[in-house]
Design a binder for this molecule. Structure first.
Ligand code: NAD
Length: 256
């Protein structure tokens, strides 16, 4: 079967690639001709994803898995360094999909729950964006694309998620700023805001809440991780060559 190759010959790094939305992004990028570094705090999940990605040996596509804690600056720096050594170039595409939730009402939220979520979702996105931008600049990459996963909760808030909503609002501000600083160097930065997507992260949401959510979603259903991956593919490819500093909502119309 002929496959489209929008990312032929390109190298992509995807954090949180071990499952959920990140996994779908790795799969779609690989089917489109990219070599993919699947990075996750769970090396077992990352390896299992990397081992099953599409390859085309004729086109020199190689995938690797990498254990990283995105909230740890040394871990992030080491990952980018090793990826550059492995492929003899910096990735020209990076997706920050690693994320966590630690929900609770704001008045009762433990300080540690706030800190943990900010550390992974916001600081992690900053650390990876910074390290990858540095590597892209150092290698003179002219068509870089950095895609950060925000959330519709960052735009409108969500009961029980003051930490998560704050982290995701921060991701959008960080991404817009990085876009302004890097545009002149040929590196684009954009945010994708998923709404309610069926992944392991949302598996534990009670059925009562899910049916309430579905009533609010104009499309009448939850989204699939592959539908978020398609928006990331567009932003990674040259089809979006003049798009930077913007946000694409993948929400079925929720809170549009
Ligand atoms: N699922 C949704 O409805 C939804 C909605 C809005 C935004 N998002 C965002 O999309 C992204 C992906 O969400 P998902 O639903 O696929 O979640 P998920 O929980 O299924 O996957 C997240 C991945 O991130 C990894 N991870 C967690 N902490 C890490 C760390 N410190 N370092 C490296 N990797 C780490 C996990 O191991 C996991 O593989 C997240 O940023 C999430 O906040 C998801």
């Amino acid at each position: 079967m002929a496959v489209s190759q929008q990312l032929a010959g390109r190298l992509a790094l995807v954090t949180g690639g071990g499952r959920g939305i990140g996994k779908s992004i790795c799969e779609l990028f690989a089917r489109n001709g990219a070599s993919v570094v699947v990075a996750d705090i769970s090396i077992d999940n990352a390896s299992s994803v990397a081992n099953n990605l599409a390859t085309d040996s004729g086109k020199d596509i190689k995938h690797h898995s990498y254990k990283v804690d995105v909230g740890d600056a040394n871990s992030v720096k080491q990952m980018v360094k090793e990826a550059r050594e492995l492929y003899s170039r910096a990735p020209c595409i990076a997706v920050n999909s690693a994320g966590i939730t630690k929900d609770g009402f704001m008045v009762a939220m433990e300080e540690s729950s706030f800190d943990d979520v900010i550390r992974v979702n916001l600081k992690g996105t900053y650390l990876v964006t910074q390290a990858i931008s540095y590597a892209m600049l150092d290698d003179g990459i002219q068509n870089g694309s950095i895609i950060n996963l925000g959330s519709i909760a960052g735009k409108v808030g969500n009961i029980g998620q003051c930490n998560y909503a704050a982290s995701k609002a921060g991701v959008e501000g960080l991404t817009k700023t990085a876009a302004k600083e890097l545009a002149m160097h040929g590196i684009r930065c954009n945010t994708v805001l998923p709404g309610f997507i069926r992944t392991p992260m949302t598996e534990t949401v009670p059925e009562k809440v899910i049916s309430m959510m579905k009533k609010l979603i104009p499309a009448g259903r939850a989204g699939e991780p592959e539908e978020v991956a398609e928006a990331c593919l567009f932003l990674a490819s040259n089809q979006s060559s003049y798009i930077t500093g913007t946000t694409i909502e993948v929400t079925g119309g929720l809170f549009a």
